[in-house]
Write a protein that binds this ligand. Sequence first.
Ligand SMILES: C[S@@+](CC[C@H](N)C(=O)[O-])C[C@H]1O[C@@H](n2cnc3c(N)ncnc32)[C@H](O)[C@@H]1O
Ligand SMILES: [Zn+2]
Length: 278
Amino acid sequence: MPVTAFHRLVCPLDGQPLTRQNTAWQCPQGHSFDIARQGYVHLLPVQKKRSKDPGDSKAMVAARQRFLNAGYYRSIADALNKAVMPGLPTDAACLDAGCGEGYYLRQLGHAVPEGIEMQVLGLDVSKWAALSAAKQDPAPAWVVGTNAHIPVPDNSLDRVLCVFGFPVFDEFARVLKPGGRLIMVDPGSDHLRELRDIIYPSVTERPEGERVVPESFQEESRETVRETIVLEGGSNIADLLAMTPHLYRAPAEGLARAAELTRLQLTLDVRIQVLEVT
Ligand SMILES: C[S@@+](CC[C@H](N)C(=O)[O-])C[C@H]1O[C@@H](n2cnc3c(N)ncnc32)[C@H](O)[C@@H]1O
Ligand SMILES: [Zn+2]
């Protein structure tokens, strides 16, 4: 089996290694974290929660699950998988930091070549995301936690993925092994432009500028995924809106215009940047 769960978790309260006992993870100090029926574990201490139900809501996660499983972002997943592979050791460990409902790790699981054993961890601050991910694929480890305090030891990962996420570069550098790589996936200036043209009165140009390379990293490569997709049916368009911040940002008139659409042609414009820890 090429994909297995990453098991080197640490206690979010004191950083001690966690050991799995039947239905809980425990640290030597006696802190215990129950494994949910669906298979994920909650490692976000109450004092590090910034709200009662942090991260994406149940409805956003459900919309993203339907939209991604329909395959609209398949080209992004394929390009991400290609970026992950070069230089991968035969016993690799990979984290998706802000994994959502797990689409990109599921796709990665299908792409791992024979001869490579990959231990995989999906981390998200939303319990709805971890729950949905665990239900869809029991092979990876799924953890509720934050990118600000990733519950794994220093130098323990070969790859960290951050897909439309919230990077914490110091923390990514801490958890990566020497020579490990961070793969960032971010929207370019034309991403979903047609949707933005419909829902906002005027779309402000977002100049691309030079992508800054964060401290402790050097750039290995960058590429652009550019493609046109067509969404058929109001429910797919509604799902896309619900999984983006636009649903909360756009004015009511804009959302009303989007609600009337039955077909939408859209540009995907996404940057994939590979950064190696120095
Ligand atoms: C735009 S979604 C992207 C999800 C997934 N990577 C995808 O592309 O399908 C951003 C995700 O980051 C999560 N998130 C927000 N703040 C986070 C944090 N501090 N640590 C980990 N995840 C976080 C949200 O709950 C949400 O699932
Ligand atoms: Zn502990």
